[in-house]
Design a protein around this ligand. Structure first.
Ligand SMILES: C[S@@+](CC[C@H](N)C(=O)[O-])C[C@H]1O[C@@H](n2cnc3c(N)ncnc32)[C@H](O)[C@@H]1O
Length: 215
């Protein structure tokens, strides 16, 4: 998916992936992560997810990245927070950073983000990020994610459906693929696997899965 694809989706408000009430699966399974006091979670490819509001309301600091600036503007409006905006992150990355207490959201390409930008995080929350990318980019994504988070534990939410059933995104990422990306360095536990209620784009056989990736 090139950046234009996503910018057009945001421009036309074609954001069927956005959950107005946030993810029920995050609320149900977040406690499986080992989160000490004052923890920080990284939310890659965050869109304007309401999950960030939920994390903040539970005392979790959030750092996130999203390609589309309009999405990030909307995220902060919906949070009811006025951010400081800086395009002086560094001369090379072209990242812009929206910051307010307990939250930093970078606007730009995930692959331009470094461990230095991110700082130390206690966990990664990936909903609809890995599955947003075509297969050739998913390997690069998982490797980059491990590198910039220093193999940090992760709660991962994926879709699983038969190839040819749907045109992604979201792409199907089954358990075998999750293992291929992450079994080194993690032990991987599937916490949830169920058919999506009411189907997905007219298809019944689409499943949602939650994985805990921990060392
Ligand atoms: C399927 S949406 C998921 C958004 C969010 N995680 C959620 O649950 O609502 C994928 C998002 O990733 C963003 N995106 C795609 N490629 C990206 C990249 N290389 N760097 C940063 N964001 C990207 C898109 O603009 C889009 O908002």
């Amino acid at each position: 998916m090139n950046p234009e694809f996503w910018h057009k989706r945001w421009q036309k408000n074609e954001i069927g992936f956005h959950e107005k009430e946030g993810s029920a699966l995050l609320k149900k399974y977040f406690h499986h992560l080992d989160m000490p006091e004052n923890s920080k979670v990284f939310v890659p490819l965050c869109g304007k997810t309401r999950d960030i509001a939920w994390l903040l309301s539970h005392g979790i600091e959030v750092v996130a990245i999203e390609l589309n600036q309009q999405a990030v503007e909307q995220l902060f409006v919906e949070l009811g927070v006025t951010p400081d905006v800086s395009d002086q992150v560094d001369p090379e990355s072209n990242l812009i950073c929206y910051q307010a207490p307990y939250i930093s959201v970078f606007v730009g390409d995930f692959f331009a983000l470094t461990q230095t930008h991110l700082g130390q995080v206690n966990a990664v929350y990936d909903r609809a990020a890995l599955v947003a990318l075509p297969s050739d980019l998913r390997r690069e994504y998982s490797q980059h994610l491990l590198k910039i988070t220093a193999n940090c534990q992760q709660l991962l939410i994926c879709y699983d459906y038969a190839e040819n059933l749907l045109n992604g995104p979201p792409f199907s990422v089954n358990e075998k693929e999750v293992l291929a990306h992450y079994q080194c360095p993690f032990s991987i536990k599937q916490l949830y696997y169920a058919r999506i209620d009411g189907g997905f784009r007219g298809q019944e056989a689409v499943f949602e899965a939650v994985y805990l990736l921990a060392t």
